[in-house]
Design a protein around this ligand. Sequence first.
Ligand code: KG4
Ligand code: ZN
Length: 355
Amino acid sequence: MVVLGIETSCDETAAAVVDGERRILSSIVLSQLDEHRVYGGVVPEIASRAHIRHLDGIVDRAMREADTRYVDLSGVAATAGPGLIGGVMVGLVTGKAIAASTARPLVAVNHLEGHALSVRLTDGIEFPYLLLLVSGGHCQLVEVAGVGAYRRLGTTIDDAVGEAFDKTAKMLGLGYPGGPAVERAAREGDPARFDLPRPLRGRPGCDFSFSGLKTAVRHAVAGLTDGVPGTRDAADLAASFQTAVGDVFVDRTANALKTYAERHPRARRLVVAGGVAANGYLRRRLEAVCAAADFSMWAPPPDLCTDNAAMIAWAGVERLRRGLTDPLDTPARARWPLDETRPLRSMNEDGKDTP
Ligand code: KG4
Ligand code: ZN
């Protein structure tokens, strides 16, 4: 089994070739950082144009580095959502074209499923497990019982955690992308200097909230002399913010571990995935909560936490093995919840999902 994966749902143009033995034969990720940096965030129209410009070359490179011919492929997996619709369409239509011209099956992959299954590629983890999915667009706790078998225990009621990292970085003048910059600055900072809120801490359930924390950072910045953070202020605020996120993660995840363990007392595994799972401090906090609850914790290496196509190709391997393929008229979707596994909605003329 050899699968080509394509990922274009945000600002990474990526292609990879993965085989059924969990080998990553190639994984190319072209980050559009420079194209978006001047705007301080991802501009959807610029992103989709850049995907159009680069994707052919990236796919070609992935195939060459993997030393794989198109006739050797067992199938083609492309992200079909959720994400920025223009970019998703570019990747999905490219995947369809390769699948059609090589007479190979298409797998239309949910990007979140890519993150959810990535640890099975890197560590061969068995089902079931509890998943903490933390990225730029999502923050959820999900019971993963199998491929396509997801039960959401909690989600954010407002912002995603990665978004809170990115906005905080912007307010602190730490640049873009925000997550790694906040983590770096926090290393030099005093986490006790600013008293920031821990939204929903101590409440029952497994939901998250980050907008109040983001607002508190804005007020703290406004309260500084001149309202402009110096290096010391930025480091202290980054550390205070990251510690607050850590406290929230620990509290919410502890509730989810309890709920999950009632259903699966012998499969005590927590998997952390998505871009924010690259954060070393947060990983250590989660490891501690897992140790206390007699759970093992798993996370892909940092470059497979952030967006990549190896996880999409791997989701393709998992689905092909189970005979799960998709027709060539499968629509691209801006929204596509993980616990609703197959597209139930069709796309209207504007390229938007319609209920
Ligand atoms: O999974 P991902 O690459 O894209 C989405 O699917 O959203 O996640 C990107 C998010 C961004 O918000 C980025 O700031 C965050 O992950 N991120 C981090 C770190 N590295 C990336 N957040 C905190 N600490 C990091 N080291
Ligand atoms: Zn992602």
